[in-house]
Design a protein. Structure first.
Length: 257
């Protein structure tokens, strides 16, 4: 029963129903020939982008570019890094559980923050939280939200520094370099986002010890029938990867000079 429910769910919810609709329309004889081929091509393309093996094929090179920090290795401040920088990953505006007119972190941003917090005994220096407002809708700056959560978790306030003006990854790196003058930092961000982040920080004169977290794709998993059913999770994972590749190309074209 569970088997059929999962298949049915994949077909009646997006993106499965959209893919199925395009393929059905693409084989209706009354459609013009060129339209039929366009619908078929779009249906096949959307299907490929929405299955786990294709997601992994595109996402793994980004997530595996930099290895994770060794679990047991100490991260002394002197000689290794001057600060631990945690990049933002978005907020939920007016999140009810945070209190009236207060914001909370997105799942990705919270995972970055918690991972960074878990390094507090291995690295005893300053924590830099960077992230402002991409567009100002009256929300709180992301770094300010993250600082409040770190304090609630128990990190000493004197170790928390914030940069609340940046709107993208390049500005994260530039503002950290200009405001704090660090030359080497431990950098915490999502694994798929690490290649673009390292590029930005190094271009701004900051050496980086990558500390990737928030891996999106599974590891050591064998594919089965359900891996080849379209899902929004896989579609989003593919979107994340394509967004990062596009960002890398754009940043290299604009900021390499």
């Amino acid at each position: 029963m569970v088997f059929f429910v999962k298949i049915l769910t994949a077909l009646i919810l997006p993106p499965g129903c959209i893919i199925l609709g395009m393929l059905i329309l693409g084989f209706i004889p009354r459609c013009r020939g060129s339209i039929r081929w366009i619908l078929r091509g779009m249906g096949v393309l959307c299907y490929l982008l929405a299955i786990e093996p294709i997601q992994d094929l595109i996402l793994h090179p980004l997530e595996d570019r930099y290895p994770p920090l060794p679990v047991e290795t100490d991260l002394p401040r002197d000689g290794a890094a001057e600060a631990l920088v945690i990049l933002g990953g978005g907020t939920i505006q007016g999140s009810p559980e945070a209190g009236e007119y207060r914001d909370s972190l997105s799942a990705s941003a919270l995972k970055r923050l918690v991972y960074g917090f878990n390094l507090k005994n291995r690295f005893t220096g300053a924590y830099v939280l960077t992230g402002g407002k991409v567009f100002d809708y009256g929300q709180e700056a992301e770094a300010a939200v993250a600082a409040g959560i770190l304090s609630l978790l128990g990190l000493e306030p004197k170790r928390i520094l914030t940069e609340t003006e940046s709107r993208n990854t390049w500005q994260n790196a530039r503002n950290v370099a200009e405001r704090f003058g660090y030359q080497k930092v431990i950098l915490v961000t999502s694994a798929y986002h690490m290649p673009r982040s390292v590029f930005c920080f190094e271009k701004n004169g900051i050496m980086v010890i990558p500390a990737p977290t928030d891996y999106y794709s599974n590891r050591n998993k064998s594919y089965d029938l359900f891996s080849f059913l379209p899902s929004m999770d896989a579609f989003f994972g593919t979107w994340i990867a394509l967004h990062e590749y596009l960002g890398l190309v754009y940043y290299r074209l604009v900021y390499s000079r």
